[in-house]
Design a protein around this ligand. Structure first.
Ligand code: ACO
Length: 329
């Protein structure tokens, strides 16, 4: 029997037009450009326009990925959208994306995955399983967020960190073991909810409400930071061990862009020079589930990532959830 593996045949991304700089934030908050840059590595982030929804960003990223792969939306067998900020409670953003892509003819399955900043890695892992099992031949995986909508813009400890955007990849079944997604590793630990969460949710009867300040993102940043560093170090070791690899064999680290200091610590664990790490945090901030595919697409399109190279993708986020994917490009 032929062994099927999942290969990435196209990537795409989209960022909203509006750029929000640290200087602008400092004009309304008790913060400075210097504090934000030195603590986080962020200089600016993009903010979705009023009336621009997560599905709009997702569709633009997906269309670019489809064009890159040279395939029609109608040829997809599955659509997965990783998001923490869906357009609506239901239907899933993935079904909205399917409709906006004009890909309803074959009525292929579409649903959302919610694992906050690790959502894209979770979705990639699900897509990999669908392809390996033979349940799908082509899967569109999108990470898309409008994190600006769940920020309390008066809270300097959180709102300076996040931005909006979307990234997408198309996975296709191929019969070349050793190519594409080599392994994925997922984890969650629900005991840390208090350190990072929103205080809004339908079943608790709380929606995002700027007037009362409810429903926004709350984070005990310093404690999250320590857990993120520890979890990601463990993940790097786990991924290398599972694949019988030495650190020096990884060509590119494509990390979740939450904080430059967390990225430095993961690169150090890999003994990797920073010029082998794809960085977008300075221009994008933390775009949650969109950050890894946004970074990946940038490095693919500017030619840094080349066929045959080995990439380590990783992310850590609310839940806590964390995960990695090892990819032979
Ligand atoms: N400007 C100026 N001062 C600030 C700001 C700001 N924007 N924000 C906080 N401060 C102050 C605090 O009030 C505190 O003041 P105090 O000492 O008088 O109490 C001081 O700066 C230090 O605060 P810390 O929280 O200890 O700062 P830290 O160095 O830890 O940096 C940060 C904060 C950037 C949030 C960092 O902890 C971090 O990046 N944490 C991890 C984030 C992360 O990885 N999240 C997971 C993914 S996100 C998701 O899943 C949704």
């Amino acid at each position: 029997m032929t062994i099927r593996v999942a290969r990435i045949i196209g990537s795409g991304s989209y960022l909203p037009e509006r750029t929000l700089t640290n200087a602008e934030l400092a004009s309304s908050l008790d913060t400075t450009d210097e504090w934000i840059r030195s603590r986080t590595g962020i200089a600016e982030r993009r903010i979705a326009a009023p009336g621009e929804w997560t599905s709009d960003l997702a569709v633009l990223a997906a269309e670019r990925a489809l064009a890159y792969a040279g395939i029609a939306a109608d040829s997809l067998d599955f659509i997965l959208v990783a998001t923490t900020t869906p357009d609506l409670i239901f239907p899933a953003t993935a079904t909205i994306v399917q409709r906006k892509l004009g890909a309803t003819r074959r009525q292929v399955p579409a649903f959302d995955i919610q694992a906050v900043c690790a959502g894209f890695i979770y979705a990639l892992s699900m897509a990999d399983s669908l392809i390996r099992s033979g349940a799908a031949r082509r899967v569109l995986v999108i990470g898309a967020e409008t994190m600006s909508r769940i920020m309390d813009w008066r809270d300097r400890a959180t709102c300076i960190l996040f931005g909006d955007g979307a990234g997408a990849v198309i996975l296709e079944s191929c019969a070349e073991p050793g190519r594409g997604i080599l392994s994925t590793h997922l984890h969650a630990d629900g005991s840390y909810e208090e350190l990072l969460r929103t205080d809004g949710g339908l079943s608790r009867g709380l929606l995002v409400d700027a007037a009362s300040g409810r429903g926004f993102t709350h984070m005990r940043g310093n404690e999250v930071f320590k857990q993120a560093v520890k979890a990601l170090e463990g993940l790097v070791d786990e991924t290398l061990t599972a694949n019988g690899l030495e650190k020096s064999q990884i060509d590119w680290l494509v990390p979740h862009q939450a904080n430059i200091r967390i990225i430095h610590s993961t690169a150090k664990r890999l003994g990797m020079a920073m010029d082998r790490v794809v960085m977008t945090i300075d221009r994008h901030g933390n775009t949650s589930a969109a950050s890894v595919p946004l970074a990946l697409d940038e490095a693919v399109r500017d030619g840094r990532i080349q066929p045959g190279q080995l990439l380590l993708l990783e992310a850590f986020g609310g839940g806590f959830t964390w995960g990695s994917a090892l990819v032979r490009w």
